[in-house]
Write a protein that binds this ligand. Structure first.
Ligand code: NAP
Length: 336
């Protein structure tokens, strides 16, 4: 830690929409403080820094990376820029918590994981659900046989975002579309609950006139003949539920399953337990606390969202993109 009172000093790159939720949670989390904010626009950085009482603001991303007082950087830029921003941070010896999906390709994730090992810097994926108590509970129900032998997981994720124009979700040059922004939740959470990566991928998708996937439908086969299946969309309203089916019952994660608010256990057709998980702050506190634990404990990531898992998820997403014909400009897929 770089300051005398041993608090971990955070920086933010990309003070956009989600960075507000992060900052609200950090402000109420013990052991860390928002120290610096970096935007491509100095006035935007200053406004954000003022709002969350950060000490310093930068009008570019280079200066925050070279600030010796910054311990760890939360990267909240569009997917297209994750690789280059994380590489700059790790190269400079900064710990990193980076928004999902970790990168655009599996190869980019592998390159960053290798760099994190070389530099001894924490590198964590901010797939916030995986750090939540709700998913730990659901995994316990599955692993202890509450629903019998696991058969398959189904989920839907998406919203009717048809009004969006020139938004990162609609732009191939910012790696927009449903699969990377939303399908990553179904892919990652199913992988976590099943405990293995898929060995077979079948995907169909609709690429819209903007050149990003609007609707994508995916079937995955995992070892042990367990399946997972999901649809993701940026063009339709979904139930946004996940159901985990076993031979004796099922678990239902209702609306916005990735928020980890509640889970119900059904045996046969009867609900036998419902557990609610109100977040102490807004749900971001778990991944913030986990990243700080990693820093203090000297581990490179949290086992609940391991590097191997991030790479595996990216490999699945690569295959889905290849099958649905979703290509992005070469420069955002490269490892340079
Ligand atoms: N965990 C969650 O629940 C959740 C929810 C939403 C999004 N996310 C993830 O968070 C990340 C950011 O999403 P967001 O919705 O916050 O995005 P956003 O509002 O569009 O903000 C992204 C920020 O990135 C910066 N940026 C850098 N290069 C850019 C470029 N070429 N074009 C546009 N912006 C650029 C911008 O900040 P400056 O110009 O000020 O530097 C912008 O404010 C994504 O990875 C997304 O998947 C996570």
């Amino acid at each position: 830690m770089s300051n005398e009172h041993e608090s971990i000093r955070w920086g933010i790159i990309g003070p956009g929409g989600i960075a507000h939720q992060f900052s609200q949670a950090l402000a109420q989390t013990q052991g860390g403080e928002l120290y610096a904010v970096a935007s491509r626009n100095k006035a935007r950085a200053e406004d954000f820094a003022q709002q969350y009482a950060a000490e310093i603001s930068y009008g570019n991303y280079q200066e925050i990376v070279s600030d010796p007082s910054v311990d760890v950087i939360y990267i909240a830029t569009p997917h297209s820029h994750h690789f280059q921003h994380a590489k700059a941070c790790l190269d400079a010896g900064k710990h990193v918590l980076m928004e999902k999906p970790l990168t655009v390709t599996a190869q980019q994730t592998q390159t960053l994981v290798a760099l994190s090992k070389e530099k001894g810097c924490v590198f964590q994926e901010a797939l916030w659900s995986r750090y939540m108590p709700c998913f730990a509970k659901v995994k316990t129900w599955i692993d202890s046989g509450e629903i019998g032998e696991l058969q398959y997981i189904t989920s839907q994720i998406g919203f009717a975002f048809s009004h969006l124009r020139n938004h990162r979700l609609t732009l191939p040059e910012l790696a927009g579309g449903a699969i990377l922004d939303l399908g990553v939740y179904s892919t990652s959470i199913s992988q976590y609950l099943i405990g293995s990566h898929p060995t077979k991928v079948q995907a169909m998708g609709m690429i819209n006139k903007d050149g990003v996937d609007q609707n994508t439908l995916v079937n995955l086969r995992h070892p042990g003949n367990i399946h997972s299946q999901f649809t993701c969309t940026i063009g339709a309203q979904c139930s946004n539920a996940m159901t985990i089916h076993g031979k004796k019952g099922y678990i239902l994660l209702p609306h916005c399953f990735w928020n980890g608010n509640s889970a119900s256990l059904y045996k046969d057709e009867r609900c036998v337990a419902t557990e609610n998980f109100p977040h102490p702050i807004n749900g971001f506190e778990y991944q913030i606390a986990s990243t700080m634990e990693s820093i203090v404990d000297g581990r490179l990531c949290d086992p609940r969202m391991s590097h191997e898992d991030s790479i595996g998820v990216m490999k699945t997403l690569d295959e889905i993109r290849q099958q649905i014909g979703l290509a992005f400009p070469d420069n955002i897929e490269s490892c340079d």
